[in-house]
Design a protein around this ligand. Structure first.
Ligand code: NAP
Length: 525
């Protein structure tokens, strides 16, 4: 497939006239061909107008039709073949093996949403039958969830496939019946175009209106701002920086009609190393944690950026093993010069903090845009007194906070900001302390893991990849897993509708054979 550098607006490929830019190979610093032509407000308006025009037809498609559409997208992505992986590798420096896995995750999540659509529970069909004899009489009340409207999706830089053009936000919005306008991430524009064309082809093959999918892009923030501000857009999915997520939330709140922004932004993913686990397996935990820290050059939203433990000989052994493990880890190429610059600045800022000592580091950089893993240590008192240590440094950097006792551990747990994950390493004898921590951890994070490592997010029914601010801008939701569809649905209640006007999902006789809550009983009635 030829990459042309055009945006995809409905069924057309459009050459933007606002600016031009090229992808950079972060491993070599070389600019990649072709030149991309960024768009402006007029392109955004065309894409959003088409999305609005497509909305009623698209949301009226049956769940089965949308399931087949998602499966078609997955098939089309696979049909691109190795070209997709090679382009993504050139644009991001992520290894081919990782990208192969990420492609599987991307197509897997499209197919999981197809399965969810066929299952039908996502619609939350609910019936409260009329009670005409009651005083006062109860009317006939029926509820289902419907698509919210056209959705803007911001592709993330750190998952060029699974969180980008056909990633979880797009899959869940399309599953809900919402047309999608993607703002492509300028760090991987060629990868974005290849995947965008796969979706565009699936729209045509499925006979859907062209406005079901568009992809705009550009080198400045103007395109994204215009997209969120456009009156047709009814919700936003975003993964990226805290600054970017907050700026777009502000744009959404300042509209005449404010809309929800589901932004996944920043998390340092604390790991609590409880005493018995540290005594029994401290050195193994140290090695595994360092592997988790440097995986993907630390460019995961679930990267373990904060470790907590109680002082003592077990912690000394853990520290020594962690310093040794990190000392053997090579510096590796980050996704973009910008992200590398932010990492370098973040590490320098930490190194400048009084009382924070750098106890370990990886091997020196040997090429452009390479991050050298960094390992810092501070006391609980220092951590509690200095908010600079609480902020995410995106990349392979972590801070070990040493506590005098369990009270310190609990105090630090209470002081951290909202998180995507918290991890507890605990053996049986640690359970009393873990039970003391858990109520605080529940208030802090979307996912609580025991005896594992936070990197690696399963795409499934029970997953929560969300959490209180600043992990996300809306603590009630997740951007990974099937519950992600709820962000793009809203409930509608139908009171006393004539039988022939009722939506299929809540008609008498349950023609769609859905799971429904009827008069308080869950079943197929
Ligand atoms: P980013 O700068 O937040 O950009 C993400 C997307 O949002 C891009 O398409 C960007 O467009 C757009 N955008 C950003 N600020 C905007 C604004 N004020 N108005 C309109 N659009 C805006 O994230 P990034 O480029 O992926 O990485 C930069 C930093 O984000 C990293 O160093 C890291 O700190 C953080 N990050 C965090 C995670 C995480 O999961 N926690 C993931 C990725 C990145 P333009 O590029 O065109 O400006």
């Amino acid at each position: 497939m030829t990459i042309t550098g055009e945006m995809l607006i409905g069924a057309s490929a459009v050459r933007g006239t606002e600016d031009t830019f090229q992808a950079i190979n972060p491993a070599t610093g070389e600019a990649l061909t072709p030149t991309f032509h960024g768009g402006g407000a007029a392109d955004v308006d065309r894409a959003c107008t088409l999305a609005e025009a497509a909305f009623d037809t698209f949301r009226a498609t049956s769940p089965e039709q949308r399931a087949q559409f998602l499966e078609r997208i997955a098939d089309n992505i696979e049909a691109i073949g190795d070209e997709l992986l090679q382009r993504a590798n050139a644009e991001t420096a992520l290894p081919l093996a990782r990208l192969t896995g990420e492609r599987g995750r991307t197509t897997g999540q499209l197919r999981l949403f197809a399965r969810l659509l066929r299952d039908g529970r996502w619609q939350s069909a609910t019936i409260d039958s009329a009670l005409p004899e009651r005083t006062p009489p109860r009317p006939d009340l029926r509820m289902q969830k419907i698509a919210i409207g056209p959705v803007a999706v911001f592709g993330a830089s750190n998952f060029p496939l699974a969180f980008s053009v056909a990633g979880g936000d797009t899959a869940s919005a399309l599953a809900a019946g919402c047309p999608v306008v993607v703002k492509a991430h300028p760090a991987h524009p060629g990868t974005s175009e290849l995947v965008g064309r796969a979706i565009q082809k699936a729209v045509a093959d499925a006979g859907l209106p062209e406005g079901v999918f568009s992809m705009v892009g550009g080198a400045s923030i103007a395109v994204g701002t215009a997209l969120v501000a456009h009156p047709a857009i009814q919700a936003v999915g975003f993964t990226g920086s805290r600054t970017g997520g907050l700026a777009l939330t502000q744009v959404a709140n300042n509209r005449p009609q404010p809309i929800p922004v589901y932004a996944e932004m920043s998390s340092i993913n604390p790991v609590f190393l409880l005493p018995e686990a540290l005594a029994a397996r401290g050195e193994t935990i140290a090695r595994d944690l360092v592997d988790s820290l440097v995986m993907g050059v630390g460019q995961f939203c679930t990267n373990p950026g904060l470790l907590l433990a109680i002082e003592g000989p077990s912690l000394d052994k853990f520290r020594a093993a962690a310093v040794a493990a990190i000392g053997g880890k090579p510096a590796a190429t980050m996704l973009t010069p910008g992200i590398h610059g932010a990492f370098t600045k973040g590490v320098a800022k930490l190194a400048d903090i009084n009382g924070l000592s750098q106890v370990g580091c990886g091997l020196e950089a040997t090429g452009p845009n390479q991050a050298r893993p960094a390992f810092f240590e501070a006391s609980a008192q220092q951590f509690l007194a200095d908010e600079r240590m609480h902020a995410e440094v995106f990349g392979p950097s972590t801070v070990l906070v040493t506590c005098r006792n369990a009270d310190d551990l609990v105090a630090v747990a209470r002081a951290v900001e909202g998180q995507l994950t918290v991890t507890v390493q605990a053996d049986a004898g640690d359970h009393a302390l873990a039970a003391r921590l858990l109520p605080t951890l529940e208030r802090k994070a979307g996912r609580i893991l025991f005896n594992g490592y936070p990197t690696g997010v399963e795409v499934c029914f029970a997953m929560v990849h969300g959490g209180p601010f600043p992990a996300t801008s809306d603590t009630r939701t997740t951007s990974v897993g099937t519950t992600a569809i709820d962000r793009f649905l809203r409930p509608v209640c139908y009171q006393n509708l004539p039988a022939d006007l009722l939506p299929e999902a809540v008609k008498d006789g349950n023609p769609l054979k859905l799971w429904r809550l009827k008069d308080g009983e869950l079943g197929h009635a």
